[in-house]
Design a protein around this ligand. Sequence first.
Ligand code: NAD
Length: 299
Amino acid sequence: MLPIDLTGKRAFVAGVADDKGYGWAIVRALVRAGASICVGTWPPVLRIFTKSLERGKLDVALPGGGEIGLEKIYPLDAAFDTQADVPEDVRTDKRYVELTAYTIQEVADRLRADFGEPCLDIIVHSLANGPEVQRALIDTSRSGYLAAVSASAYSMVSLLQRFGPLTRPGGALVSLSYLAAERVIPGYGGGMSSAKAALESDTRTLAFEAGRRWGLRVNTISAGPLASRAAKAIGTIDKMVDYYRLNAALPEANTADEVGIVAAFLCSPLASGITGETLHVDKGYHVMGMQAEPRLAPE
Ligand code: NAD
């Protein structure tokens, strides 16, 4: 038996606010493998997340028994590197005003203060935001495009820049990408396809740079569609899931847990030879060159 063993490792998972998305599934897989987990949650949804957790409204059950327990929840707005970047209207927003630290640098400083340095083995980037995602790229404003790339792609660079020094030898970062980085996905607009293309390209460059600097591996998972809260903003996510179910090489929808387990594998010593990789976890949809259903599927 070759188990994914992350006993004694600490992960920071950025982009968890409910139990419906890929971030939560990655948390579940990492906990199953024995890691302790800190999460970073976007301030606008922090309260609802912590209340849901306290009131037992989230699916914390682990297969085979036991429950997901989080070591610590940090507020994190990955669109900001330091307090100097935070505009006045955000700083004084009621969801931010009582928080003392939520920029990427401040969260790195809090981790260092809470656990010492080095204190991290795994960094997960599972967040994206494109305010104009429903607009075709050709109709996207400059500010919408830059906001998508800032929150969804540069955030990974900044996270690695600031959390990398906290990592222990053998560390790994994994992020979540989507096929729109490499193929046309109508409806995935607002510069989000550009952000995912940047994320995948940066995965390669950062794999080299972080590999040389900290011995840290950097990979991304190109995941199939999932009806998460963020994906619902696209407006067509249920159709996308159905389309994949009909047309992927394996004619079924991928589950969040399938992605979570691959993330745990990529962050484990079993994947010590893999870095700079974009790994598709989409039931083989990405290899298709033509619609399979309704008439062309094999008999
Ligand atoms: P999700 O809603 O579970 O996760 C997205 C998270 O990003 C949310 O928790 C949200 O609060 C957070 N977020 C948004 N802006 C932020 C900011 N500025 N700072 C910090 N956090 C912020 O949805 P998901 O679909 O599981 O998304 C996770 C990742 O998976 C994203 O990178 C997404 O693009 C990617 N992905 C999703 C799909 C899909 O179909 N759902 C497919 C491929 C890739």
